[in-house]
Design a binder for this molecule. Sequence first.
Ligand code: ZN
Length: 189
Amino acid sequence: MLSTRVSIRLAFVAFLLTSCGMPTNEKSVKNFVLSCMNCDSSLHDGFSRIVHQYNSEAGFEALQYTTNSEDANSPVYLTQGLNMREGKVGWGQWLSETEERRSYLPQPKALRTVSYSMRLELDKDFMQTRINSIRESDKTDVRKLFYHETGHGLQMAHHPDPGNVMYFDISGDKDFNLYFNDVRAFFGK
Ligand SMILES: [Zn+2]
């Protein structure tokens, strides 16, 4: 007999799920399909480009981007005046969904699938003025913000080193190589 249980947990709560219950065969699905939920076509182009660049720096297809929000599992929102909220220009959150197919005798192990996704919220003015800009400083600003918030979406916490992309403050020079080492580790690459 099989029963299916689907649950959605935000952020850190999901860790609790793995420490209780019966033995399981666990499979994780790390398939991030992003889409901006309130972008016009030129902003979509900008996001497609930054996701493409992210993947080329990662060395594999860590993220996907679609202009069709219905095909996405990881929404990106541009919020007007976000920087008025505690002075932050972005928020990144990881999400996971656990589906468990519990089988009883003669197979005592449940099959648990954990699917990971993320939710990003970025300051609208910050992104609008920079995402399609050809100025190097604007491109770097977008890279730092998007990579930082995506890092949270990949379960990364803040890093104490000011030169790390995951330092709480994204101003100043960052070492993107260190960051992508952590991205590759998350995906098991
Ligand atoms: Zn942060």
